[in-house]
Design a protein around this ligand. Structure first.
Ligand code: MN
Length: 512
């Protein structure tokens, strides 16, 4: 193995700042478990001071997840650092990550601080964090637009105050690879005590350069990269973990660097994050896109059949994509079913496994071939959504629609344990079902988005419906899967309504 680069995953903090990608505590914990399997070195679990949900995520993940260092973000303010410590307290490998802006633009217009004041506050907050934990990271926000001499000065002071990692963010995604590399080299040569700290980078993708900038930094001496699964994050996102990792792995010959990532867990992690956040991966995305290993040209296919390395620089198996997508059929047993789920990163308890297996059998009766995507949909629909307590349950649904009838729906639901029945009509069967469900539940939410997706090819495919609802400042995602798309639609809607209830409650029960 070459010299090691630390992988700092911020899917649960910066990634969660993607518009519409918010996750609840259970979902974050599930992602964290997969990140641990993936072998990331550090998990940034949230920003403890920012909300009760973030506080609880940091607390739970830092106490429950084995292996990685777990970190909370904190502005360079006492209340933030204290909240980070409260959430991390008693966990095995805590890190506090505190930050302050150093660029003239930010200091002057946003924070109204002088350089001296910002430097003083950085030092005080690193010291405060160090009084709680040994592992402190300091970030100079907007570093790539900071005047160099001042940046060196701040970094030196932060290292003197006890920061073991200093992070150089390209907060606004403005840097160019050669300049960003120079910046890192400059820090290595000009900051006297830099040998006592690890240089980290945190790049944004506004110009599509997040990965290139991170790589250039690493070539020039950075040894921690902050990144996210599928590259999600604020605006155009962060550097994508899978790309950074596979660049270092595939081109170790030239770069001489590597990570501790278990690359076979990359694809399961990617799928899990896109399923939970509803942010689909573009088909031509490097490493994890649907087409990343699909060869269409006849000349390429001919070469591949003769010798894989003619056109393949990585094996799909090495990132956890199985070459044969077909997995199970109606004769597959419970054992094979469980083994396949485990390969995909889902470990279920006996009851959950029973329910999911039951659903699988029903599906396998309707559909000859059951693919990984189908299994994922089943687990998501049957098991994981139950982590949010259900105030509303769908008991039965009948719709009628067609070319010469007024679309109508008859819905039977359970609301707070009581059965309710209603009939309604609409512009189409989904509209009729949704209007009826809205009447039964009395929801004030608005439907922002409705999308239906055939999970696999063929008319017998399961439909996967994703909806986004808004009520006041709460936005939630709901998902449902079923071979009948109207049923899938109703399930997705009700799932979102339950999440909305949960979110409203989560907000009320303030922990900090
Ligand atoms: Mn960021």
């Amino acid at each position: 193995m070459g010299e090691k680069v630390t992988i700092f995953d911020t899917t649960l903090r910066d990634g969660e700042q993607s518009p519409g990608a918010s996750m609840n505590v259970e979902e974050k914990t599930r992602v964290a478990r997969q990140l641990a399997r993936l072998g990331v070195d550090v998990i940034e679990a949230g920003f403890a001071f920012s909300s009760p949900g973030d506080f609880e995520s940091v607390r739970r993940i830092s106490h429950e997840i084995d292996g990685p260092i777990v970190c909370s973000l904190a502005r360079a303010r006492e209340e933030d650092v204290n909240a980070a410590w409260e959430a991390l307290r008693g966990s095995p490998r805590p890190r506090i990550h505190t930050f302050i802006s150093t660029s003239e633009i930010h200091l002057k217009y946003q924070f109204r601080l002088t350089r001296d004041e910002a430097l003083k506050r950085a030092v005080e907050m690193v010291r405060l964090a160090r009084s709680y934990v040994d592992d402190v990271e300091f970030s100079a926000m907007d570093a790539s637009r900071t005047e160099l001499e001042y940046l060196y000065e701040v970094i030196e002071a932060a290292v003197d105050a006890g920061a073991a990692t200093v992070n150089i963010p390209d907060t606004v995604g403005y840097a160019l690879p050669h300049q960003f590399g120079e910046l890192i080299k400059g820090i290595k040569t000009n900051v006297k005590n830099i040998g006592r700290a690890v240089i980290s980078v945190h790049c944004h993708n506004d110009l599509g350069l997040a990965v290139a900038n991170s790589l250039s930094a690493v070539i020039n001496g950075a040894r921690q990269v902050e990144c996210t699964i599928n590259g999600i994050g604020e605006r155009a996102g962060n550097a994508s973990l899978e790309e950074i990792v596979m660049i270092l792995r595939t081109r170790k010959d030239s770069l001489g660097l590597d990570t501790a990532i278990v690359t076979e867990q990359i694809y399961p992690a990617s799928r899990l994050v896109s399923t939970i956040t509803g942010m689909m991966v573009q088909p031509n995305k490097a490493i994890v896109g649907d087409n990343a290993f699909a060869h269409e040209s006849g000349i390429h296919q001919d070469g591949l059949l003769k010798e894989k390395t003619t056109y393949e620089i990585m094996r799909p198996e090495s990132v956890g994509i199985s070459r044969s997508k077909l997995v199970l059929g109606k004769h597959s047993g419970r054992h094979a079913f469980r083994a396949r789920l485990e390969d995909m990163g889902y470990t279920l308890g006996t009851d959950d496994l029973d329910r999911a297996f039951e659903r699988f059998k029903l599906l396998a009766d309707r559909k000859k071939e059951v693919f990984d995507e189908d299994l994922e949909a089943i687990v998501q629909d049957e098991v994981l959504r139950l982590e949010v307590p259900d105030r509303f349950k769908l008991l039965a649904l009948r719709v009628s629609s067609g070319t010469d009838v007024q679309p109508s729906a008859a819905v039977e639901m359970e609301v707070d344990g009581k059965g309710v029945k209603e009939d309604g009509s609409g512009d189409g069967p989904v509209d009729a079902a949704y209007k009826t469900i809205a009447r039964i539940t009395g929801t004030k939410s608005q439907l922002l988005r409705y999308s239906v997706n055939a999970i696999t090819g063929g008319t017998d495919a399961q439909g996967e419906v994703t909806v986004r609802l808004q009520e006041d400042d709460h936005i939630v995602l709901g998902q449902g899967a079923h071979p009948d798309i109207i049923v899938a639609s109703a399930r997705a809607y009700i799932n979102a309504l339950n999440r909305l209830e949960y979110k409203k409650k989560e907000k009320k029960e303030r922990v900090v």
